[in-house]
Design a binder for this molecule. Structure first.
Ligand code: ZN
Length: 375
């Protein structure tokens, strides 16, 4: 087996991390897609670049020669966008190495993992050692819920036997076999404006109504059922001396299973005003369905565990995690999906985001082992 050259992989990860690529900056993400495309040049693969839509960057699909036809096989999913704005690298989170830790924007979520999976894919493509067609999908918009890549992901997953997702590992190298589903909602209240001094009694406060709605929504949280609701964004009002006409919040819902998803979606969409003089409008719904650990996922996990054992490490999975990924889409289609196959580390979406150098070799070999043994 080709050895894993960790030094040159660190250089490669650095190149990827230094191409800052926040989801909303289409040109920046496309520059990152250019780099990925250049990194597969010369391999026995076919490359399809699908132009971006709705202000997002392009999707890139790379197939090994077996995947050129209609065959089913393995889909690898990696997103190349990050949550960090351009300038993070020059500001709070420069690329740096400190002992076993590699820091940089998006290094942990998920350029480190995407890079090591690509390295494994390159080795397998060169050696022609995969048993199944392998399709590697690089997407531009995961961090905002994959609005323009979801249909591409689902189309590829439907033709596949397995999906491997390179989101970061967690809790000391564990992978992910189950994720909560996510709902997103926007709530607007519309009241009646009035002068807060002269005409207080004529006003109907959109903020006061929203305050009650917020307590109602947050009150839906039920840890025993694994349901959480969060009002994460709020805006409203115009001036201290005006009874506010408008208020707006964004709501995040997390659920363990589809039944809870439907139940709580209905509750949030059905919110009624406490003050009949104020209008309440709710839009949104479930975005990513729950990723539940099926029997087929368990079989796939045990296979990965055996591959890891052959490499010399003990692979475990986490309990169901609250964070969603594109794996939610593919697992919900019934395609056995393993996630969290990326780099180990910590601090996703923060300025202490880092990957562990010691995880590069074993996890590159795990990905290569999966590509060479799954059939
Ligand atoms: Zn991610």
């Amino acid at each position: 087996m080709t050895a894993v050259d960790v030094g040159s992989m660190i250089e490669g990860i650095k190149r990827w991390v230094e191409a800052e690529s926040p989801t909303s900056d289409k040109d920046a993400v496309n520059r990152m897609v250019d780099i990925v495309q250049a990194d597969v040049a010369g391999l026995p693969v076919t490359v399809e670049r699908i132009p971006g839509r709705e202000g997002y960057a392009d999707n890139l699909i790379v197939r090994n020669h077996l995947a050129a036809g209609e065959g089913t096989g393995i889909v690898i999913l990696s997103h190349v966008d990050t949550v960090h704005p351009v300038g993070t690298l020059a500001g709070g989170l420069p690329f740096k190495r400190d002992g076993d830790k590699l820091y940089g924007p998006g290094l942990f979520d998920m350029k480190g993992g995407a890079y090591l999976a690509l390295e494994a894919f390159r080795q397998v493509a060169k050696a022609n050692s995969a048993k199944l067609p392998v399709t590697f999908v690089f997407t531009p918009d995961e961090e905002v819920g994959s609005p323009t890549s979801r249909d591409i992901i689902e189309r590829e997953a439907k033709r596949a036997r397995y999906v491997l997702v390179t989101e970061p590992a967690r809790d000391g190298g564990k992978i992910v076999c189950a994720r909560k589903g996510v709902g997103r909602f926007e709530v607007k209240t519309t009241g009646v404006p009035a002068h807060s001094g002269a005409r207080h009694q004529d006003g109907r406060s959109a903020i006061k109504e929203m305050a009650r709605q917020i307590l109602e929504i947050e009150g839906l949280t039920d840890y025993t059922r694994g349901v959480t609701t969060t009002v994460g964004v709020i805006s409203g009002g115009t001036a201290p001396n005006v009874i506010p006409q408008h208020c707006h919040i964004s709501v995040d819902l997390r659920v363990r299973d589809m039944a809870a998803g439907e139940e709580f979606e209905k509750k949030i969409l059905g919110l009624e005003p406490f003050d009949k003089g104020v209008k309440v409008d709710v839009t949104g719904g479930m975005n990513r369905p729950p990723f539940e650990k099926s029997a087929a996922i368990d079989v796939l996990f045990r296979h990965a565990q055996a591959v890891a054992k052959g490499i010399g490490f003990d692979l475990q999975h986490t309990k169901m995690t609250g964070g969603a990924s594109d794996g939610n889409f593919t697992a919900a289609l019934g395609v056995p999906t393993l996630d969290g196959l990326g780099i180990d580390g910590d601090g996703a979406h923060t300025e202490w985001e880092h990957g562990l150098i010691s995880s590069i070799e074993p996890r590159t070999r795990l990905m290569r082992g999966l590509l060479e043994t799954l059939q």
